[in-house]
Write a protein that binds this ligand. Structure first.
Ligand code: NAD
Length: 497
């Protein structure tokens, strides 16, 4: 069985791990590899190597760092398809979708290539007579990224290009469910000329995460994953005096007003609800129809669902791949059972879905519930599968209230042709990323990504300009170069310039 081991100090780690986990091909249900689970000693080794590399990397000229970023960008572009194939092989999503994932990650590298411009400080001449004041942005030291299974390449790419461009060294702990894309990324860094020790990967579970959260040489933690773990990561990292941003789970609502273009709304609900089998933190999982919008919308959604192709991610024509593991499939199917018990109307049932030739794969077909209420668990919990819940609201105000009362606030969308209604939505909704006739409003790399409420714990969004703030600390300097004018001793506060 192929063993996926850590990447420490510019090369694959050779020691035999004490513990390992299983990696599966979700389309066939077969185990495809074993992944090393880091011990405390493994994490300490990786952090130690990163700490040793830090002074050299911090002092590397901006132009020198930038050249390596450009070289990494070129290699990633060239190997886009290889990364995408590794994603599909271990995550299960369609190859088409995996290529999109790599592209979005690549865009963060492109933004990070502008590091000399991004890292500029400020300068004020003559804040007092012959006294200048300036601020500089300095890196933090060794920083870590802990990432989820659902975007095994893109979410790490939200973090490490920005952190490394800013002069930090990095230890990544990717999801143990689909670890391979980051091993290829590590190789590409090495080929791009990144010095050994600047980018390291440790695989594993809670043991590795807990050591990273408490290690005295880790200065900052970027986390993306589920809400309970995000909450724990933030609390633990803060307790150990670390800067932390923890992006978390979601329940994203799409409001459809009666005046909306119903064909566009139905296309969008189906694409955003079932794309990547619903395993996206920005997936639409709740559609809220206002007034009589449902009369046209629901049949239009049902019609589209009936022609969706569920199949292995590698196969041409597949639109929905399998879920990541058998446990996750069983959890999602459990929620469909629960929805039926809770009294929601099951309009499309994805349970027991079997794909010919892939009978052991972790497939769930597209599932649609109507008549869902906010008191049901299928509404309150993040299901993270191809399950769309439909709610009806009597008024637009009620739809806004439903969203604002929800614990999460990652993404949301409104479908309408009324500019005033859209503006009211943008103004009043308590959600971090808003789409107007756009179902998945993911900011491009030159903005930052972040939800509100239980979707993000911390003060910084991820990638884009907020990332520069997160991965650097400001130092402010006041300088006087003594000239011939000496004023003598003065113990008072300065009264004038
Ligand atoms: P997860 O929380 O189970 O795992 C995330 C990371 O935490 C993994 O690296 C995992 O090994 C580690 N981890 C898991 N349990 C842990 C524990 N008890 N202690 C310490 N570390 C632990 O999340 P997941 O299932 O891999 O990913 C799906 C979740 O991520 C969903 O909730 C989704 O909404 C969320 N997500 C959020 C965003 C966002 O930007 N807000 C983006 C992608 C995914």
């Amino acid at each position: 069985m192929n063993l996926i081991n850590h990447w420490i100090n510019g090369r694959p780690h050779e020691a035999v791990p004490e513990r390992t986990g299983k990696v599966f091909d979700p389309a066939t249900g077969n185990q495809s590899a074993e992944v090393a689970f880091a011990s405390v000693a493994d994490v300490d080794l990786a952090v130690g190597v990163a700490a040793d590399a830090y002074p050299m990397w911090r002092d590397r000229s901006l132009a020198g760092r930038q050249r390596i970023m450009f070289a990494f960008r070129e290699l990633l572009e060239r190997h886009k398809d290889d990364v995408a194939r590794l994603i599909t092989a271990e995550h299960g999503k369609t190859l088409h979708d995996a290529r999109g994932e790599v592209q979005r990650g690549l865009e963060v590298v492109e933004f990070a290539c502008g590091l000399p411009q991004l890292l500029k400080g400020e300068f004020s001449e003559n804040v007092s007579t012959s006294v200048d004041m300036y601020s500089i942005r300095q890196p933090l030291g060794v920083v870590t990224g802990i990432t989820p299974f659902n975007f095994p390449a893109m979410v790490p790419l939200w973090m490490y290009p920005m952190a490394i461009a800013a002069g930090n060294t990095f230890v990544l702990k990717p999801s143990e469910k689909d670890p391979s894309p980051n091993m290829l990324a590590a190789e590409l860094w090495e080929r791009a000329g990144l010095p050994a020790g600047v980018f390291n990967v440790v695989h594993g579970d809670k043991v590795a995460v807990d050591r990273l959260l408490t290690h005295p040489d880790i200065e900052a933690v970027s986390f993306v994953g589920s809400t309970p773990i995000a909450r724990y990561v933030q609390a633990t990292a803060i307790e150990h005096r670390k800067r932390v941003q923890a992006l978390a789970g979601a329940k994203n609502h799409m409001v459809v007003l009666p005046d909306a273009d119903m064909e566009l709304a139905a296309d969008s609900a189906v694409s955003a609800g079932y794309g990547s089998a619903g395993e996206r933190c920005m997936a639409i999982s709740v559609v809220v129809s206002v007034g009589d919008a449902a009369e046209q919308l629901i049949p239009a959604i049902e019609k589209r669902i009936s022609s969706l192709q569920v199949g292995p991610g590698m196969a041409e024509g597949s639109e929905i791949g399998p879920l990541v593991t058998a446990e996750h499939r069983d959890r999602v199917v459990g929620y469909v059972d629960l929805g039926v018990e809770e009294g929601a109307t099951l309009l499309s049932d994805g349970r027991g879905f079997s794909v010919e030739g892939y009978e052991e794969g972790f497939f769930v077909g597209p599932t649609l519930f109507d008549d869902v209420s906010t008191s049901m668990k299928i509404y309150q919990h993040e299901i993270f599968g191809p399950v769309l819940c439909h709610l009806r609201a009597d008024s637009y105000e009620e739809a806004i209230r439903i969203i604002n009362d929800n614990a999460w606030g990652n993404g949301t969308a409104i479908f309408t042709n009324d500019g005033g209604a859209a503006r009211k939505f943008q103004n009043e909704i308590l959600v971090g990323m808003v789409g107007i006739n756009v179902p998945i409003p993911v900011p491009l790399s030159f903005y930052s990504f972040g939800g509100w409420k239980d979707s993000l714990f911390g003060d910084h969004d991820i990638y884009g300009p907020d990332s520069i703030r997160f991965y650097t600390q400001v130092k402010t300097v006041i300088a006087r170069w003594p000239d011939r004018i000496h004023r003598g001793v003065d113990l008072g506060f300065p009264q004038h310039g």
